[in-house]
Design a protein around this ligand. Sequence first.
Ligand code: CP3
Length: 370
Amino acid sequence: DSAIKQLQKEFPPIKNNLILRACRGEPLERVPIWIMRQAGRYLPEYLSLRSEHSFFDVCRTPALCCEVTLQPLRRFDLDAAIIFSDILVVPQALGMQVDMIAKEGPRFAHPLNVPADIKLRIDRSRQASVELKYVYDAITLTRHALNGQCPLIGFSGAPWTLMSYMIEGKGSETHSKAKKWLYTYVEESHDLLQFLTHFIIDHLVEQVCAGAQLLQLFESHCGCLNHDLFIRFSLPYLRQIAKGVREALTRRHIPYVPLIIFAKDAHYALDELCSSSFDVVGLDWSITRKQIRTIRDKYPTVTLQGNLDPCALYASSDDLEKMIKQMLEIFGTKHYIANLGHGIYPDANIDNVKHFIDTVHRISSEMISS
Ligand code: CP3
């Protein structure tokens, strides 16, 4: 423990801080890029490590987390690393059993069916700093191993996304079981969302204390909400998290880190997201050019992130290049972080991943210098 505290104080100096400068809107020599789920199954070296360790064993073993986090950085000229973990480590930390089933995804052994299950399944006395210490140890180790190559991103799932997983118990098209709570158990839903909010704030702050230099909040399940439900059951908690993380860092005299919100399929709430005190708003691949131009003009101090369709990586390299050019023309080169508009798929073409990254760098630096 004290060894980790000691290590924390001696992080290597940063060599590439493009992404941090993009968050502040500073002029850059090129647009920074990272890829959602950049450490994952499209990399043979990831599959090889996974053939020997279960998914959550990797998550719980800092040395393995560190190795997997660094794998894409050995291949590609990425401008950020993201710590290898999962949004579902939070329900696990609260006492729920979650397993990763091959070819299916996450499964909860005992999902929440009715509010009375909360008492049975969730231990409200659990502390992030204790239960998720393995995440923080992995972050500290990885921050050292990166040797200042680029910043390290920490992350968490947002309250509604976690609540809906805890009720559905697995992925869902409609999330109708979880939405039923929003219509029938309104008070209990808010109570659960509020509890998750406090835990998530602690989890994010601990990640910064351990060495994370940016934070991304994943609200992945906005596609099953409408504007009204989003305003009531998601947005207030996203705002509390942004404010709560800021205040906690100030209180602990820790320098501020940029906050990214990625609310997938929240096309109906771009105004609210852009005016919610997040530094960066991540856009999914369905957001139109017209919507991007509108928010770009209306919120000039917000940094935008995204939003190439992950399936664009199946295109020919010439077609891919055209799409990248178009994307850079719409977003511009300032206040912008290039990324996919959702996580990369396991069958992505690795040569095209490299082409995506290198082409964003090349075209954006040409745009900046001309
Ligand atoms: O981005 C990264 O490289 C960091 C690691 C990361 C993972 N999951 C690793 C992972 C991050 C940031 C996540 C976030 C996550 N996890 C989200 C939010 C992003 C999104 O997709 O909207 C969600 C919803 C989850 C929950 C989750 N974990 C699902 C639904 C699945 C299975 C679905 C799938 O992609 O197959 C996972 C498993 C998972 N998490 C894998 C990885 C690399 C693949 C599992 C494996 O190795 O077998």
